[in-house]
Ligand binder design. Structure first.
Ligand code: PLP
Length: 406
C-alpha cells in the first residue's frame, strides 16, 4: 500500500526540519549517494540498472574472501545446521558451540588469552571503554581515530586526552599529564583508513612502558593481512607482547559478512561479558555469519599465500601510479589514497573513472581535512595484474584530462 504519513503539527514540523537539514547537506556538497550493486562483492561488479563488468577498487575486501567459495559453503552449512539466528542475546539462550569455537579461534589467531564476539566492531568499540574505564582512569586517543572509537570514548567517564595524529611528542606530553590518574589507556587505529598510514606502535608501546600505560588498537584495516602471518599491525611492528587489547572486525578482510570482537587478557574478556552493553543487550551473531568468519580464519591460518598476493598487487599499483606522476599516501598498505587536493577534482575524476568502468570513491571535507581531497583506491588479493594495470591506465587518462597530471 501507499506509505502512511503521520499527521499532526509535530510530525509536520519534523518533516520541514528534516527536509531543510537534507537540503543543507546537499548544498554543502557532502551528500552521500549509494550505488546499488546487483552482484556479489568482488573485483568485478554488476550495478543495478546496467553497468556490468565494473572493476571495483573501493571495498574493504582485502583478501577477496567475501565471495570465496569455501567461505560461502561454510555459511550455508552453518545456516542449515544451526538455523537462521538465535532470537536471543548471548547470556540468555544465544550461545552456540560455533560462537565459542570462533572466539577460541580469534584468540588463537591473535595469540591472546580470550576473545568476545560483537555484532560489529562499531559495537566492540562502543562497549569497551565504558566497561573498562572509570572516572579514576584516563584514555589517550589519536585525533584521527575511527568514529566508533571516538563514540566509545564519549560513552565512558574516564578523563579524556586527544593527541595529535601519530605525534609521539604530543602523546608523551599527554601521558605526563595523565600520570595523576589510576590507569592510562592509549587508543589508536592500527592502520588509519583515510590515509593508509600505520600507527607507530613501537614508539607508542615504548612510551606506554615508560609511563605505565596500556595500549589498545583497532585492527579493522590490518587483521588478516599486515605482518608476516597477517596477524596485524602489532605483528608487523614486532609488539604483539606489548599491545594489551585488540578490537577488530569480521566485516572486512575476514570474510566481509559482519561482526566484530575484542581479544586480550581473560579477565578483561570476562568483564566485558558481564558489563559491555552492546554485548549484553544485542542479538547473537547469526550462524551463517559465524560460519563465514570461522572459515576465513581457517584459510588464513593454513597459508599466508592470499595475503602475500595482495601485498604484491598493492606494490604493483603503488609503484605504477607513482611512476605515472601521482602521489599515493601511506606506505605498503592496500588502502592507496590518490592525493588530489581539490574536492571538485576528486569528485569529477571519480565520476569519470566510473565512466571508464572503474569504481573508486572520492573523499573530501569533512571526511578528510580541507585541501586534502583524494580518491581512495583499495587493492584486493582477487584483483588480477591486468585489473591493476587497467586502473592505472584509466587514472592516467582521467588525470591528464582534468589537469591532475601534466
Ligand atoms: N573501526 C574502524 C577503523 C573501521 O574502519 C570500521 C569500519 O568502517 C569499524 C571500526 C567498524 O567496523 P564494523 O563495520 O565491524 O562495525
Amino acid at each position: 500500500g501507499t506509505p502512511r504519513a503521520a499527521s499532526g503539527t509535530a510530525a509536520a514540523q519534523l518533516r520541514r526540519r528534516l527536509e531543510s537539514e537534507l537540503e543543507d547537506i546537499r548544498g554543502a556538497g557532502t551528500w552521500k549517494s549509494e550505488r546499488v550493486i546487483a552482484s556479489r562483492q568482488g573485483p568485478h561488479l554488476r550495478l543495478a540498472g546496467g553497468g556490468a563488468g565494473i572493476l571495483n577498487f573501493c571495498a574493504n575486501n582485502y583478501l577477496g574472501l567475501s565471495s570465496h567459495p569455501e567461505v560461502i559453503r561454510a555459511a550455508v552449512e552453518a545456516l542449515e545446521k544451526f538455523g537462521a539466528g538465535l532470537s536471543s542475546v548471548r547470556f540468555i539462550c544465544g550461545t552456540q558451540s560455533i560462537h565459542k569455537d570462533l572466539e577460541e579461534k580469534i584468540a588463537r589467531f591473535h595469540q591472546r588469552e580470550d576473545a568476545i564476539l560483537y555484532a560489529s566492531c562499531f559495537d566492540a568499540n562502543a562497549g569497551i571503554f565504558e566497561a573498562l574505564l572509570t572516572p579514576e582512569d584516563a584514555v589517550l586517543s589519536d585525533e584521527l581515530n575511527h568514529a566508533s572509537i571516538i563514540d566509545g570514548i564519549r560513552l565512558c567517564k574516564a578523563n579524556k586526552y586527544r593527541y595529535k595524529h601519530m605525534d609521539m611528542q604530543d602523546l608523551e606530553a599527554k601521558l605526563q599529564d595523565a600520570q595523576k590518574h589510576r590507569l592510562r589507556l592509549v587508543a589508536t587505529d592500527g592502520a588509519f583508513s583515510m590515509d593508509g598510514d600505520i600507527a607507530p606502535l613501537r614508539e607508542i608501546c615504548q612510551l606506554a612502558q615508560k609511563y605505565d600505560a596500556l595500549v589498545f588498537i583497532d585492527e579493522c584495516h590490518a587483521t588478516g593481512f599486515l605482518g608476516p602471518n597477517g596477524r596485524g599491525t602489532d605483528e608487523l611492528l614486532g609488539v604483539m607482547d606489548k599491545v594489551t587489547i585488540i578490537n577488530s572486525t569480521l566485516g572486512k578482510a575476514l570474510g566481509g559478512a559482519a561482526g566484530g570482537y575484542t581479544t586480550g587478557p581473560k579477565p578483561l574478556i570476562d568483564l566485558l561479558r558481564q558489563r559491555s552493553r552492546p554485548y549484553l543487550f544485542s542479538n547473537s551473531l547469526p550462524p551463517a555469519v559465524v560460519g563465514c568468519a570461522s572459515k576465513a580464519l581457517d584459510l588464513l591460518m593454513e597459508s599466508n599465500a592470499i595475503a602475500q598476493s595482495m601485498a604484491a598487487k598493492t606494490q604493483r599499483f603503488r609503484s605504477k601510479m607513482t611512476a605515472a606522476g601521482f602521489t599515493i599516501s601511506g606506505k605498503d598498505h592496500p588502502i592507496c589514497p590518490v592525493m588530489l587536493g581539490d574536492a571538485r577534482l576528486a569528485a569529477v575524476m571519480a565520476e569519470d573513472m566510473l565512466n571508464r568502468g572503474i569504481y573508486v570513491i572520492g573523499f573530501s571535507y569533512p571526511v578528510v581535512p580541507k585541501g586534502k581531497a583524494r580518491i581512495r583506491v583499495q587493492i584486493s588479493a582477487v584483483h588480477s595484474d591486468e585489473d591493476i594495470d587497467r586502473c592505472v591506465e584509466a587514472f592516467t587518462e582521467v588525470g591528464r584530462k582534468h589537469g591532475a597530471l601534466p
